[in-house]
Design a protein around this ligand. Structure first.
Ligand SMILES: C=CC1=C(C)c2cc3[nH]c(cc4nc(cc5[nH]c(cc1n2)c(C)c5CCC(=O)O)C(CCC(=O)O)=C4C)c(C)c3C=C
Ligand SMILES: [Fe+2]
Ligand SMILES: [Fe+2]
Length: 368
């Protein structure tokens, strides 16, 4: 939409509606190089993701990465693609629907939920317009990244702010910065591990693998590294894990520069060589299974562990649609929406008050 184009009015006279926009990273539309290329171009052109000077980075991106990488990753995407599409898209949409049910039960129709992707479709712009058109004068942006980082959370907020900059009649905006130490999120993670252990037995070591970021972002003050370590420590404590029976590592390194260490691939080989027995791996930084968990960790990680002499490898799925997680997400949203919501009881109490006032006014009018 062009800057300040004619816009639909908010619904005057209707009760004020509140919208929640659940946002995830995004994923290609199909597991093919022609669908991956435009998505990757949008993703890797974001200066929040690659902070190199544009004059240096854009020729590398267009000359070396976009012509070749989509072809190399297409078969990886194909290996995890389901009949309904990309796992990340499926889980994000489902999480949005479940959150809608959870909030709807407590706050009725006054609250609307939409989901969006930072890169690809449905866009944040579409999500914000959708919420405005259904009468939302207030919008909470809920990025599905537990650990804040400039390359994920901040760029979602930047994009929401860019969309608002095109609107004359802006909704009020709130944002969730992250939830790396939220007790509900930590409990949901612990319960998903315990449930998995009840079904598949328990491994000898738990590796917590987080998505990496370039090392220079830590040096420049990005809190992401510290937040990942805190999540890991809280999860280990919640599970009562003994020192030495768990570790943290960073996956998905991209390019030649140094990223956060230790690298997951290195730790997996080292643990295999130490003959630790069964290795369990969880990715607490991803709330939805995706390429990075299902292919890189569940498939490639297992192959690497076994190739390096390890005996047994087990991947613990992401939170996805776990009820404890949806409850935690609902509580987080409710906390951030504080003061913006009317619950069912409040709404009917308010209606009764209005009716009483009208009756009193009528009675006074009649006595005059
Ligand atoms: C410089 C490159 C990248 C940074 C920085 C980065 C940070 C980052 N990413 C996620 C979450 C996801 N990344 C995913 C895929 C993915 N990530 C990068 C690069 C960087 N990520 C690439 C190039 C890709 C695409 C796949 C590939 O070509 O290897 C995904 C999965 C998407 C899917 O379709 O399933 C997620 C999720 C986080 C959380 C993060 C920083 C904290
Ligand atoms: Fe990534
Ligand atoms: Fe990867």
């Amino acid at each position: 939409m062009s800057r300040f184009a004619p816009e639909p009015e908010f619904s005057h006279g209707q009760p004020t509606r509140t919208g929640v926009l659940v946002v995830n990273l995004g994923t290609p539309a199909a597991p093919t190089s022609s669908a991956i290329r435009p998505w990757l171009r949008e993703f890797l052109s974001d200066p929040r993701v690659v902070e190199l000077p544009r004059a240096l980075w854009l020729p590398i991106l267009h000359g070396f990465i976009l012509p070749f990488r989509p072809g190399k990753t297409a078969h990886k995407y194909a290996s995890i693609w389901s009949k309904d599409g990309s796992p990340l898209a499926i889980w994000t949409e489902k999480q949005g629907k479940l959150l809608k049910g959870w909030l709807g039960e407590r706050h009725g129709d006054s609250i609307r939920i939409a989901h969006a992707m930072r890169y690809g479709s449905p866009s944040i712009e579409t999500g914000i317009h959708q919420l405005r058109q259904s009468g939302c004068e207030r919008i909470l942006i809920l990025p599905l990244y537990p650990q804040y980082s400039a390359s994920t959370t901040a760029t979602v907020i930047d994009e929401a702010a860019r969309v608002l900059a095109t609107l004359r009649n802006q909704p009020a905006l709130r944002t969730l910065r992250g939830f790396h130490d939220d007790p509900g999120y930590i409990k949901a993670l612990a319960q998903s591990v315990q449930r998995d252990w009840m079904t598949h037995g328990r491994g000898n070591h738990l590796l917590m693998s987080f998505h990496g970021v370039p090392r220079y972002t830590l040096d420049k003050g990005d809190p992401y590294h510290c937040l990942c370590l805190k999540t890991a420590r809280l999860l280990a404590t919640e599970l009562g894990l003994a020192e030495g029976s768990w570790s943290v590592a960073f996956q998905s390194r991209f390019g030649k520069a140094e990223w956060l260490k230790p690298y997951t691939s290195t730790v997996i080989s080292e643990l295999a060589k130490k003959k630790i027995g069964r290795l369990d791996v969880i990715c607490p930084g991803f709330v939805s299974d995706c390429l990075e968990t299902l292919e890189e960790i569940a498939l490639e990680g297992k192959a690497d562990f076994l190739a390096a002499g390890g005996s047994e490898y087990h991947f613990i799925p992401c939170l996805n649609d776990a009820p404890e997680w949806i409850h935690a997400l609902g509580m987080l949203a409710e906390r951030e929406l504080s003061g913006w919501l009317t619950d069912g009881k409040n709404a009917s109490a308010q209606k009764n008050l209005t009716e009483q006032t009208l009756l009193r006014a009528k009675a006074m009018g009649a006595s005059k």
